[in-house]
Design a protein around this ligand. Structure first.
Ligand SMILES: Cc1cc2nc3c(=O)[nH]c(=O)nc-3n(C[C@H](O)[C@H](O)[C@H](O)COP(=O)(O)O)c2cc1C
Length: 269
């Protein structure tokens, strides 16, 4: 999974391709594995898949801030509209993305403004469809993908910007290597709102919201999904280094201006 994190990138222009029954079964197997799977705050997510119809394959587009074309399948899911459920949604969806990436599928998180009514999912009170995942096969080097990559993907904040106390950690090379996996996570509009404080074998996660991110338009706080994604990457890193951990919401976290404390990972070494 560690290599998969480094390899994954958002794909927006896919090859025109109808999934075969065996490809559909492969995706369904991944989804079945995550049915009922609990995120860090103990919520599971209801997930389902739509195979794109020929209309879509022929070029109907999903217009978000990036335009998605020739998508072969959509994965949709719903959750309650609160912080813990959204963290869990980000966490579980990202695990699904990484499993699909490992199997050779190209994907993209789509949480921006798009017509959510096109993806009916029977929402109950206070439930939302925070994002869909698009799945398909990557069209080999396309101009559009290439341009978008420059615009949105390849850039990440330097590691010292996302570790609050970088100076204390800089000589711990294993830790820096591990946190690189968090740094490489996808985030809405590539805003990378995760911040970490590393102290006494603990990793404290904070959310540094982007001012004026369009919370009002969407009706939910999309950047919380990014935190769930970052947590899944941290856990994959810890597992790959064989570092056991517990996670807790501690009572008196350090407070930093313009940051919301989310959760703490306590590492065994
Ligand atoms: C929660 C979330 C929502 C996103 N929504 C969209 C979207 O609506 N449209 C889009 O083109 N990309 C969307 N993305 C993809 C990001 O723009 C992308 O992850 C980021 O630019 C980093 O690029 P990379 O995924 O190639 O590493 C979203 C990503 C996340 C995590």
């Amino acid at each position: 999974m560690k290599e998969t994190i480094l390899r994954r990138k958002s794909t927006r222009v896919y090859k025109k391709h109808h999934l075969s029954q065996s490809e559909i079964s492969e995706i369904e197997k991944v989804l079945d594995n995550y049915e009922g799977f609990k995120g860090p705050f103990n919520n599971s997510i209801e997930i389902s898949m739509n195979i794109a119809d020929s209309m879509t394959i022929e070029g109907k587009k999903i217009n978000t801030y990036g335009i998605l074309r020739n998508v072969s399948a959509f994965i949709k899911g719903k959750c309650q509209n609160n912080l813990e459920a959204l963290v869990d949604f980000g966490y579980v969806y990202e695990m699904i993305i990484l499993e699909l990436t490992k199997k050779g599928f190209a994907t993209c998180w789509v949480g921006g403004t798009f017509d959510r009514k096109t993806y009916p999912i029977n929402l109950k009170e206070n439930e939302i469809l925070p994002a869909i995942l698009t799945v398909g096969y990557s069209k080999s080097i396309s101009l559009i993908n290439g341009m978008l990559k420059v615009a949105m993907s390849s850039k990440r904040l330097p590691i010292h910007d996302i570790i609050i106390n970088y100076a204390d950690v800089v000589t711990n090379f294993d830790m820096i290597d591990l946190l690189e996996l968090v740094r490489r996570g996808p985030s809405a509009s590539n805003k990378q709102p995760w911040r970490m404080l590393i102290k006494n074998n603990m990793v404290h996660f904070y959310l540094k919201r982007t001012p004026d991110y369009p919370k009002i338009n969407l009706g939910f706080d999309m950047q919380i999904l990014d935190i769930g994604i970052a947590m899944s990457h941290l856990e994959i890193g810890l597992n790959s280094y064989d570092i056991a951990f517990n996670k807790n919401v501690i009572k008196d976290p350090e407070i930093f201006e313009e940051m919301e404390y989310i959760i703490t990972y306590e590492l065994s070494k």
